[in-house]
Design a protein around this ligand. Structure first.
Ligand code: GDP
Ligand code: ZN
Length: 454
């Protein structure tokens, strides 16, 4: 299949300064020569690798566009195949016209993710790195981006390969003992086998420990803003949205009675549910918005409990706090621009931050508090692997289960050849992450999620 030369528009569908049509495969340069006439009259076939050429795209005898063409020859390209990139003007019609010329002259339209899939199949990237490409493109925040970029750089692959190497060495030592029990092979004592298995367990446990934070980085922290009326809930949400570096978007599929907004604070993504829009009723509890927001509070990773810090704490405040005290709560002592009474202590040692939704005071303290609560600062400081991908997490989980079964079997004095079955299983699960042992079906599914032209 990789003999075919493929092409697609690699830039977003729309109007811009330039668009790029990417061509990859053995005939890339041949195809490009059929549609391109260089200003200097030289065919691209004679071009050195990694050079740029100026000229025009022709459809038969009429000019389609003025372009710059990059010629990059295998193997030093993203796909490890010959690659040509046509930089044309960034209009929808002109871009489609250039692509049409290329397709008419011998290239096939690329499937979504096909360039990256070729990079994987040709050994340019392993599977976890290829998956990181899509994560980089879709990163919702700078923190998510740095996790994805680490993965693209091979941080996860390195960690998995290190663990897998230990597992493979264990298997080799077991096999040597089984094959030549009497010979001068060093005996592999159960004690040292168990020590090796423990090393694998430790490695997997420490990787899995990053999964929770990894998910928060990637998908954001589900956050509920609650508090009695007029304490400043809507104002806090507005403040967060205003300070958010990313474009604030409404998340599709949210119910009408609760506003959900995705905001980022210093790289941390919060999916904020504001219960402000909830209609007031006679029922005091419901009028506090507690009833309807209950299900949001239940699944929330973080509750921002707003009180009016310029006033005395009331019974209503305490009643609401009772319903959320088991959650991950930060008390926001709002309106600290007025006169901030230090009332945080009223809430039983819960974390409290003085803030003004009006002036923005205290926002940095809030950001730091969230970072500290979810240990996200550690992640941005380290350059190590974080499990952000559910597929990787499951594979790591299965690998851990397998090695733990092996350790248990060893403790029960099960013979080595049986113990080695679980250890082999562990190696296979680790290989799923990097793509060393993964079915074509899974690979196809992963790349089908990519965008066209990537
Ligand atoms: P909600 O009912 O809890 O959503 O409260 P709102 O956000 O609607 O705010 C209620 C009132 O408090 C409004 O008049 C706001 O302008 C005011 N307010 C909110 N936050 C602050 C603040 O930090 N400082 C001051 N001075 N006023 C605030
Ligand atoms: Zn409000």
């Amino acid at each position: 299949m990789t003999n075919e030369t493929i092409a697609a528009i690699a830039t977003p569908h729309g109007t811009g300064g330039i668009s790029i049509i990417r061509i990859s495969g053995p005939d890339s340069v041949v195809v490009a020569d059929r549609v391109f006439r260089a200003k200097n009259g030289k065919p691209l076939e004679e071009a050195a690798s990694h050079t740029i050429h100026y000229g025009f795209i022709y459809d038969g005898n009429h000019v389609v566009d003025e372009v710059l063409i990059s010629v990059m020859l295998a193997p030093n390209t993203f796909t490890r195949e010959n690659t040509v990139e046509i930089n044309c003007h960034g209009g929808l019609v002109v871009t489609e016209a250039v692509l049409a010329c290329v397709l008419k002259n011998g290239a096939a339209l690329a499937a979504p993710g096909e360039f990256t899939k070729r990079a994987f199949l040709n050994g340019r990237l392993d599977l976890s790195q290829a998956e990181a490409v899509i994560d980089v493109i879709h990163s919702p925040s700078s923190l998510a981006l740095s996790a994805a970029a680490n993965q693209l750089g091979g941080a996860l692959s390195d960690e998995i390969n290190q663990i897998r190497d230990v597992v493979l060495e264990v298997l080799a030592k077991i096999n040597a003992n089984l094959d030549y029990p009497e010979e001068d092979v060093d005996e592999y004592e159960p004690g040292s086998l168990l020590k090796d298995l423990t090393k694998v367990q430790d490695g997997l446990n420490s990787l899995l420990a990053t999964a929770n934070r990894g998910r928060l980085i990637r998908d954001g922290i589900d956050t509920v803003i609650c508090g009695k009326p007029n304490v400043g809930k809507s104002s806090v949400l507005n403040l967060l949205a205003r300070e958010s570096r990313a474009i604030v978007t409404d998340i599709a599929g949210t119910t009408r009675d609760v506003i959900e907004e995705r905001v980022t604070l210093n790289g941390i993504v919060l999916n904020v549910f504001d219960t402000a829009g909830i209609r007031q009723t006679e029922d005091r509890i419901e009028s506090l918005g507690i009833d309807k927001s209950k299900k949001y509070i239940e699944k929330a990773g973080l509750v921002l409990f707003v009180v009016d810090g310029s006033q005395d704490i009331t019974q209503e405040d305490l009643d609401i706090f009772e319903t959320i005290r088991d959650k991950n709560v930060i008390v926001l002592l709002n309106k600290c621009d007025l006169n901030c009474i230090k009332t945080g202590g009223a809430f039983d040692g819960a974390d409290a931050v003085a803030i003004s939704a009006k002036t923005g005071e205290g926002l940095t303290a809030l950001t730091n508090k969230i970072e500290e609560k979810f240990q996200l600062g550690v992640l941005s400081a380290e350059n190590r692997a974080v499990l952000t991908n559910l597929r990787h997490k499951e594979a790591a989980h299965n690998a851990l289960a397998a090695v733990s079964r092996a350790a248990a079997a060893l403790n029960a004095q099960v013979p080595y050849d049986l113990v080695s079955i679980d250890i082999t299983d562990c190696a296979a699960h680790l290989g799923e992450i990097t793509g060393k042992t993964v079915s074509e079906e899974v690979v196809d599914k992963i790349f089908a999620r990519f965008c066209l032209g990537k």
